[in-house]
Design a protein around this ligand. Structure first.
Ligand SMILES: [Zn+2]
Length: 297
């Protein structure tokens, strides 16, 4: 995970929404003659003959947001019904007292949102007539995670992460472990394990750290390293064998480093504090880092 405001904020004060109940309404944008209008688009028939109605979409949203309620962040979402609207900017009028999830007809995108306000949220969602249920739920959860304060995982390093977005969805709609780690970090919730430490920042920018599975070399978790060199992971699951890769940029050069030996995060442990991690190697390109470390970035 990457907090949206990580470049200006540090651990302990990352931007987050106020902890409270958020009543929300769902809107279908319907305006005669507008290309983005959902009018007359229902029912949507999918390629595999699945039929989507407005009620289907409303049901997906309720299920996806109800799942966030179960995380007990202190934030809860309460469904307050659905209706049509012909206001095309309804989703992003903040301070209007309406938390709006608005559907538009748009075949190009999945949705749009950002951490606009600490006390309200707005999300635009797009109807596409060739997508699956999991796609729609994934889009909603992706946009909701933006509203909660997260950026795209590959914002600093295009091409370094296979996962281009916040991973709000595993398979059929479960939250991914990395997303939960992120929520626990910026909403200051306790986790079973804490892995943290400091690195010497020495003029580094866009510093990030990854926990990866040392057998498969797949990245499991991502965190920013803040301006003070501090980094942290709030984890809930043990890891059989892991290592960590820290990466940063300075004067167009990539600096990186990993732990000297692999570690285990055992079930009975509290976590780790690693202060020996150093960004002591460098490279002109990301490919060299992939080749040298073997990490599937
Ligand atoms: Zn996005």
């Amino acid at each position: 995970m990457l907090p949206w405001h990580r470049k200006t904020q540090n651990y302990g004060n990352y931007w987050c929404m106020d902890k409270k109940n958020y009543p929300y309404q769902i809107f279908f944008y319907e305006k005669e003659g507008d290309a983005y209008s959902c009018k007359d688009k229902f029912p949507i028939t999918c390629t595999d003959k699945t039929i989507f109605t407005k009620d289907t979409f409303v049901d997906y949203i309720q299920k996806a947001l109800a799942q966030i309620n179960t995380l007990n962040i202190g934030i809860s979402f309460e469904y307050k019904g659905y209706q049509s609207t012909d206001k095309d900017d309804l989703a992003f009028i903040m301070k209007d007292g309406i938390n709006a999830v608005v559907y538009y007809y748009n075949y190009k995108w999945g949705g749009l949102s950002a951490p606009f306000s600490k006390t309200e949220f707005g999300i635009k969602l797009d109807l596409i007539n060739n997508a699956r249920k999991e796609w729609f739920i994934g889009c909603l959860r992706h946009e909701m995670t933006h509203a909660l304060g997260f950026a795209h995982k590959d914002d600093d390093y295009k091409g370094i992460l296979k996962q281009p977005v916040i991973n709000g969805l595993d398979g059929l709609g479960e939250f991914s472990a990395d997303t939960i780690h992120g929520i626990k970090t910026i909403y200051d919730m306790e986790s079973k394990f804490t892995v943290n430490g400091k690195v010497d920042m020495n003029g580094f920018e866009e510093a990030q750290i990854f926990i990866y599975n040392s057998k498969t070399k797949n990245i499991l978790y991502q965190s920013p390293i803040d301006a003070k060199g501090y980094w942290e992971f709030r984890l809930d699951y043990p890891i059989k064998s892991f290592n960590m890769l820290a990466i940063a940029r300075k004067d167009e050069i990539y600096w990186f480093g990993k732990l000297k030996k692999d570690r285990i995060l055992g079930r009975m442990m509290k976590g780790y504090e690693f202060n020996e991690l150093k960004l002591s190697e460098y490279s002109n390109d990301l490919k060299t880092i992939k080749d040298k470390t073997g990490v599937t970035l």
